[in-house]
Design a protein around this ligand. Structure first.
Ligand code: GLV
Length: 320
């Protein structure tokens, strides 16, 4: 139904645009949602948008977005905006932080368990009907390090603590302790943190400062029996240096949900390395994702209409 004199026009550039539009129409008759999941729709309507909802900011149409005042990202990471971050001071950027921590912590603890027991090998042995007992220490004897103790990282830390693990982690501001974290390191003290860990979990945003953070030197600081788990962004790791570290035994293995290029190219050696578990960028997406995002988005629409400060605002200078 067309909205006459809408108070707010929101372009929905997302595969679930129709669902978001329905949810908006049910709750906000004064708002005009525009369904524009593809580039044609975006080209056509972005000039009318006061607000935009998308997972990645479509930088290619930024110059046409003359009225845009608010970008609601449906994910946690807003790295797609970095190419234009010096030009978007007039746009409020909000993200969906708060809905990813629990599911990512589930995923990380599954990865910790699978890597620790070498479940890939058990599954291969089962397929061959081989009875080959191997025993491991309890996780309570092990140390997990979280690089990036934001809301996702802190949830992972609490979960690892509840498994009895020793938990260390890094963040930019270490003046405030983090629940469940036994040892807190400043983000520039990675070289001290890495050798302590049996598991290193990357949970930091990709920003111009963190892209390429984990390369050969950092992987060499990890112990040869340690595992890397990346649920952040692929480009935080120098992928070919990781491949080398995994091939040469500089580290024991990895669970990777994110990659420099996604989908992970068919020819990537990561697909069939025996010490790698590779998953298709799923760790942070619980079921009913649209409804979960909408609870944040709707609150922000209400605030926007009332001229109030929005929630989950991202500081693009910091990058999260
Ligand atoms: C997913 O990767 C997200 O940023 O939410």
């Amino acid at each position: 139904m067309a909205v006459e004199s809408p108070e707010l026009t929101i372009v929905l550039n997302h595969p679930a645009a129709e669902s978001y539009a329905r949810l908006i129409e049910e709750r906000f008759p004064q708002v005009r949602p525009i369904v524009a999941p593809d580039s044609n729709g975006l080209e056509r309507y972005i000039g009318e948008a006061d607000a935009l909802l998308a997972f990645r900011f479509p930088v290619e149409v930024f110059d046409k977005a003359k009225k845009l005042r608010w970008f609601q990202c449906t994910g946690a990471g807003v790295d797609s905006m970095f190419p234009i971050r010096d030009r978007v001071g007039h746009i409020t950027v909000t993200n969906a932080r708060g809905i990813h921590g629990d599911i990512i912590a589930d995923f990380v603890m599954a990865g910790v368990t699978m890597l620790h027991w070498d479940f890939r090998r058990f599954l291969r042995e089962q397929a061959n009907r081989e009875w080959n007992p191997r025993y491991v220490a309890p996780l309570a004897d092990k140390t997990l390090g979280v690089v990036g103790l934001g809301s996702i990282g802190a949830t992972i830390a609490r979960r690892a603590k509840s498994a009895g693990m020793t938990v260390v982690g890094s963040k930019r501001d270490i003046s405030v302790p983090v629940d469940g974290v036994d040892g807190l390191f400043a983000s520039d003290a990675l070289e001290d943190l890495l050798p302590l860990c049996d598991f290193v979990v990357l949970a930091l945003p990709a920003t111009p400062e963190t892209v390429g953070l984990i390369g050969a030197a950092e992987l060499a600081r990890m112990r040869p029996d340690a595992f890397l788990i990346n649920i952040a962004r692929g480009n935080v790791v120098v992928e070919d240096e990781l491949v080398k570290a995994l091939q040469t035994g500089a580290i024991a293995g990895a669970m990777l949900d994110v990659f420099e290029r996604e989908p992970l190219p068919k020819e990537s050696p990561l697909w069939d390395m025996p010490n790698v578990i590779a998953t298709p960028h799923v760790a942070g997406s619980p079921t009913n994702y649209t409804e979960r995002v909408f609870s944040i988005f709707a609150d922000n629409i209400e605030r926007f209409l009332k001229g109030q400060a929005l929630k989950n605002v991202v500081d693009l200078g910091r990058g999260y």
